[in-house]
Design a protein around this ligand. Structure first.
Ligand SMILES: Nc1ncnc2c1ncn2[C@@H]1O[C@H](COP(=O)(O)OP(=O)(O)OP(=O)(O)O)[C@@H](O)[C@H]1O
Length: 268
């Protein structure tokens, strides 16, 4: 692998992390004269539908995305030995899950600064007809103070009229909206909005809003609505935004455009 990548101008460095089907390594790009991240996928170790359905979809989508809050994919390389390498922009400061683990509940201004960037990234995606379908803290990386959304494995391009409903369960149960968990045909954009609510809750409370170890019980908790720990002193405006995002009825849940205009986010 090292020789193959070197021949393409990338000097491999340390391992940054591992996913279910991949290993991500740091590398130095001789062409760009900067460090990059390379996701290495071994075709032999992944299920057929990942190679034939999700991966081509991901590649098609990521090559069209260009936003400061989304990890840029520079190129894809295929080795003769059946490895696929995605050369990406590097985010050196970990993901926001680890950040919250380290820092504990974030003060509102810090949570707002991060969440605003997630809103920008998701707004750009939805506006381009792309739904992410796996929004979670581990997929929001940090480069200094800049949030960079990544992992478009489950992303989907919506048809031009954007009327398509989905039945597919994607992503993590802890971040899944009630309609997604129940397999009810749903608007995936509204599923993304729910997951953003879970992310905002984690930023502010450093814990999960719902316990996902028992799904029927979790569905019940979701219907009852979210409650925030009183001792954290979370403002009324922020609680209002959390309730809007974690609205169990998807038809009442706001679009990303409406979310972006919420007073908690437009506050200086
Ligand atoms: N562009 C990047 N810059 C820095 N680190 C990255 C980058 N992309 C991924 N990583 C690191 O590599 C790890 C594995 O990433 P990858 O996208 O392959 O899998 P995952 O999404 O975490 O797992 P899974 O595929 O099982 O959902 C991540 O947790 C992250 O820490």
């Amino acid at each position: 692998m090292e020789g193959f990548l070197l021949a393409h101008g990338y000097q491999l460095g340390r391992t940054l992390g591992e996913g279910t089907y991949s290993k991500v390594k740091e590398a130095f790009s001789q062409k760009h004269q900067k460090k990059v991240a390379i996701k290495i996928i071994d075709k032999k170790e992944v299920p057929e539908d990942f190679i034939h359905k999700f991966l081509p979809r991901e590649l098609q989508i990521v090559k069209c995305l260009n936003h400061r809050n989304i990890i840029r994919v520079h190129e894809m390389l295929k080795s003769a030995k059946g490895k696929i390498c995605l050369v990406m922009e590097l985010a050196e400061d970990g993901d926001i899950f680890d950040y919250v683990l380290r820092e504990g509940p974030l003060p509102e201004p810090r949570a707002r600064a991060l969440f605003r960037q997630l809103v920008e990234a998701v707004w750009y995606c939805h506006d381009s007809g792309v739904v992410h379908r796996d929004l979670k803290c581990e997929n929001a990386l940090l480069q200094g103070n800049t949030l960079k959304l990544t992992d478009f494995d489950f992303a989907k391009q919506l048809p031009r009229d954007r009327q398509e409903l989905s039945w597919t369960f994607c992503g993590s149960t802890a971040y899944a909206a009630p309609e997604v968990l129940q397999g009810i045909p749903h608007d995936s954009c509204k599923g993304d909005i729910w997951s953003m609510g879970i992310i905002l809750y984690i930023l502010l409370c450093a814990r999960m809003p719902f316990d996902d170890t028992n799904i029927p019980q979790m569905l019940h908790q979701q219907q009852k609505g979210v409650s925030v720990p009183g001792h954290l002193g979370i403002s009324k405006e922020c609680q209002n935004l959390l309730r809007m995002l974690l609205e169990p009825d998807a038809t009442l849940r706001p679009s990303i455009e409406v979310v972006s205009r919420h007073p908690w986010l437009t506050n200086p």
